[in-house]
Design a protein around this ligand. Structure first.
Ligand SMILES: Nc1ncnc2c1ncn2[C@@H]1O[C@H](COP(=O)(O)OP(=O)(O)OP(=O)(O)O)[C@@H](O)[C@H]1O
Length: 368
């Protein structure tokens, strides 16, 4: 179970007087595995544990970056945060209202309000922008929803001003084009603009910069953070690349959450996670990211006992990382760690080594 309720400031939750915008409590998302013809004859479908017992609070103007290997549950957790994926266990609250109860009509706040406040930008903006509509028409849709009484010339004015804000100058050159007439970077700017027009509280950016040329990634991240100030939005930023995660979280003053097999293995400020990771898996990610410029640590073999990632259908007992962890001991096989706060730091780690008096220390090392 991972309880990552550490606020961006590093203060304990009790010291913060603001309420979180989103609050995830013990969230679990288990899927029935997609089956081929042969598997479909089996009586019990296999269950993929995509997200397992995650608790996380997201505040106003917050930045939470999720990193981890492919299949560790980043997208599923991100979509669960913004109400696009229903959890199979636990709760997701938006400003104190259970999102899924609202969807079922059992809350004071209408679900449509919540949906508007939680937006997404995908990896491939080309596929999320309607190819048959001009940019001006694509951007008019959210304005019609949020400001139904606005006349068409005022609407166009707003669209032009937004295009300029997302760096598409002069706006008149772009407004009447179709998405395929824009570059990938320009399409992503339109997607960001469209999300911002809803005045969202939280934007999920799911690998939103991964498809862009390396030279444009920093520009796009800078733009997102610049507009965060103006639009008072928070980001859940998903990246498989720790150096991008570091850039975004460091410049946005936020946290990096490292996921492993559906759980948060470690979470903390970008600086702590890069300079002094306490979880052996964060160390592996660091080792695997040459762009961080940590040459000394990156020489030699990966700091892992095994390379293979376990199957999320049948994850290891105890600490899920124990089968690959170079620090694993017998105690890690049977007991599941919580997230433990690292003393005096904006960081929490799901590793028994954080607890001075845990039986881990007297337990024998694991044989290979
Ligand atoms: N709709 C679904 N049905 C069945 N299994 C799913 C479904 N969606 C995701 N999964 C499984 O859940 C696990 C987590 O997937 P998810 O896409 O959240 O991971 P990820 O970290 O975002 O991966 P990637 O970086 O490759 O996008 C994977 O094992 C995936 O195959």
């Amino acid at each position: 179970m991972s309880d990552a309720r550490q606020p961006a400031s590093g203060a304990s939750i009790d010291e913060r007087d603001e309420e979180p915008v989103l609050s995830l409590t013990d969230v679990e998302v288990h899927f029935e595995e997609e089956q081929g013809i042969i598997e479909s004859f089996r009586e019990d479908p296999q269950i993929v544990q995509a997200v397992n017992g995650v608790s996380l609070d997201i505040y106003e103007k917050d930045v939470v970056t999720l990193v981890g290997e492919s299949g560790c549950g980043k997208t599923t957790l991100g979509k669960t945060c913004i109400g696009l994926q229903e959890p199979t266990g636990g709760t997701v609250e938006y400003r104190g209202t259970d999102i899924w109860e609202a969807k079922r009509g059992n809350a004071d706040v209408p679900f449509s309000e919540i949906r508007k406040s939680l937006q997404i930008i995908h990896q491939d903006p080309g596929s999320s922008l309607n190819p048959n509509r001009r940019i001006v028409e694509i951007l008019a849709e959210p304005i019609k929803q949020t400001h139904p009484n606005l006349g068409s010339s005022q609407r166009r004015e707003r669209i032009y001003s937004l295009l300029e804000r997302v760096g598409m100058n002069p706006a008149a050159d772009f407004a009447d084009r179709y998405p395929h007439q824009l570059s990938g970077g320009e399409q992503q700017r339109v997607a960001l603009g469209r999300a911002l027009l809803m005045n969202p509280d939280v934007i999920l950016a799911d690998e939103a910069i991964s498809a862009l040329d390396v030279s444009l990634r920093v520009e796009m991240m800078d733009l997102m953070l610049e507009l965060q100030e103006e639009f008072d939005t928070s980001y859940v930023f998903i990246s498989h690349d720790l150096s991008n995660a570091r850039y975004f979280s460091e410049h946005g003053g936020g946290r990096i959450g490292v996921m492993y097999l559906g759980e948060i293995a470690e979470i903390g400020s970008a600086q702590r996670m890069i300079d002094d990771p306490h979880h052996p898996y964060t160390n592996v990610l660091r080792w695997a990211t040459p762009d961080l410029g940590l040459d000394a640590e990156q020489a030699g073999e990966p700091p892992m006992r095994k390379i293979d990632v376990p199957d999320p259908v049948n994850p290891p007992s105890g600490c899920r990382f124990h089968t690959r962890c170079p620090e694993a001991r017998e105690a890690c096989v049977s007991e599941e760690p919580d997230l433990y706060e690292v003393e005096g730091a904006e960081q929490a780690t799901a590793c028994f080594r954080e607890l001075e008096d845990h039986e881990y220390w007297s337990s024998p090392e694991l044989e290979d």
